[in-house]
Design a protein around this ligand. Structure first.
Ligand code: ADP
Length: 475
């Protein structure tokens, strides 16, 4: 290990503990460490320290904050392998994907280090000659985040990068299932010269209690959440009382559409990447496939053949492309979705291989109908239901027939159709002839019940800044 000494990290986290949380490797059920949980008073103390630290942090020139963020970025890159192994061990995703997540996560720190220097205001032509009008942008203050287990590093850096760049201090509650990655990247931030009170990672007595404190504490000015729509709605409701700002990146139900003028091989490649990455456990994973009847059999056959080549296993082993799912409850839910589709007349294209533990075979289901129960659910697992369609109009109606609006994908070679469909899809993001759309330079976020706000890109910084209007009279 380079800068991260895993053993000392774990010791540090267990001492001073009131209660501890055991972290389990989903690939083999073994306990890999224990972390301490703070009580409610300690969470309050952390927020108060954050407020004090924020004033000094915001007073630093943006260039200095950028230099510290760049050092943090470099340390994450230097420790890519250690971080990837911690990530795979607590989360399960294949090591190649974990390495990719470390790079993707680091990219937000670098991007926002650059953006820190560009939080420009405006000068506004005044309606009368004796006035001069300008706007400035200021950090909103203490910000906090609650993050999920599916991207234990990137979902933190995507929020911490812009928060710190803007001049906010930041308190994070990671998922109880994957806190080791969070503590590890925070440790690297401290090594980069970022004050311990500017960036804090806490685990409270329960997610509900931390959520309650974060959304009602008067010093907290902003809550950013990534997770389920159910919990996002609870947090927004709690934040509404004191009109606290929120960003919400919630559930998805991404359609993946293949028109009859598509390059089928490319569509299969995109479908594999979009559906089976992270064992299907991402909010932008393709959730339901719509394939034109002229190419349905061809696509399904090629897709199922490609899926049969995916190797299921412990993410630390070479060649594994599908790791375990996160928990026994998740496996049960995914199995129930498969069973429900099969009961309604859908069929697996190839026999489903049973796996023990938290492993599951990737499955392609054919003869799924749009009206079947399950089409409206976020699967969050390695299951691909494939539905047939005939006309573009019918297709658009089916694709938009969901409460969600995060990612969508389609494959077509016809530029007229591409523009029409891209505009008609009610989603925050559209992948056109591409199954992997996330990048730090583009705005990530959803419409409808998939959330509010954007992460990454030039928009990401504004989530942590207030616009102040200055009116100079008597000029
Ligand atoms: P998932 O179903 O993907 O685990 P959740 O929305 O349940 O998504 O969890 C995402 C994050 O929200 C995790 O950090 C979890 O601990 C936290 N969480 C779960 N329930 C609540 C709650 N009632 N209030 C605040 N945070 C919560």
């Amino acid at each position: 290990m380079n800068n991260i000494n895993n053993a000392s990290l774990l010791t540090k986290m267990t001492e001073e503990s009131h209660q501890t949380l055991s972290i389990v490797n989903p690939a083999n059920g073994q306990t890999i460490g224990h972390v301490s949980k703070q009580d409610n008073n300690e969470i309050m103390d952390a927020i108060e320290r954050s407020q004090i630290a924020q004033t000094a942090w915001a007073a630093l020139p943006a260039k200095v904050r950028a230099e510290k963020l760049n050092r943090w970025y470099q340390l994450i890159i230097d420790n890519q392998e250690d971080l990837a192994r911690i990530l795979t061990t607590e989360q399960g995703k294949p090591l190649t994907e974990a390495r990719g997540e470390v790079l993707y996560g680091a990219s937000f720190i670098q991007w926002f280090a650059e953006e820190a220097k560009r939080s420009y205001g405006d000068s506004i032509p005044a309606p009368s000659g004796d006035k001069r009008l300008v706007t400035i942008k200021q950090p909103i203050g203490v910000a906090c985040a609650i993050t999920p287990w599916n991207f234990p590093i990137a979902m933190i850096t995507r929020k911490a990068g812009p928060a710190l760049a803007a001049g906010c201090s930041f308190v994070i509650k990671p998922s109880e299932l994957t806190p080791l990655s969070a503590f590890a990247i925070a440790e690297l931030a401290y090594q980069a010269g970022i004050d311990r009170d500017v960036l804090q990672v806490v685990l409270g007595e329960s997610p509900e209690e931390v959520g309650q404190i974060f959304s009602t504490h008067p010093l907290i000015r902003k809550l950013s959440f990534t997770g389920s729509t159910r919990v996002g709605s609870i947090l927004m409701t709690q934040c509404a009382k004191d009109i606290k700002r929120t960003s919400m990146e919630l559930g998805g139900n991404a359609p993946f559409i293949v028109f009859d003028d598509a390059d089928i091989d490319k569509a299969v490649e995109g479908a594999i990447a979009s559906k089976f990455r992270n064992a299907g456990q991402t909010c932008v994973c393709a959730n339901r496939f719509y394939v034109h009847s002229n190419v349905y059999d061809d696509f399904v056959a090629k897709f199922a053949t490609a899926v049969s080549k995916l190797k299921v296993g412990n993410g630390l082993e070479d060649g594994v492309s599908v790791g375990p799912v996160i928990s026994a409850k998740a496996k049960e839910n995914i199995q129930a979705i498969i069973d429900r589709f099969v009961d309604q007349g859908a069929a697996p294209v190839k026999p489903i291989q049973p796996y023990g533990g938290l492993f599951m075979a990737p499955v392609v289901l054919r003869d799924v109908k749009h009206g079947m129960k399950g089409v409206q659910e976020e699967i969050f697992g390695p299951v691909a239901p494939v539905i047939k369609f005939d006309s573009d109009e019918e297709l658009i109606d089916m694709a938009n027939d969901t409460v969600y609006g995060l990612a969508s994908y389609f494959y077509s070679q016809n530029i007229h159709r591409i523009w029409k469909v891209a505009e008609a899809l009610q989603y925050g993001m559209v992948g056109i002839n591409d199954g992997i759309i996330s990048t730090e330079v583009a705005p990530f976020g959803g419409v409808k019940q998939s959330g509010i706000g954007r992460e990454g890109a030039k928009q990401g910084l504004d989530e942590y800044m207030d616009v102040k209007y200055l009116c100079f009279g008597g000029m």
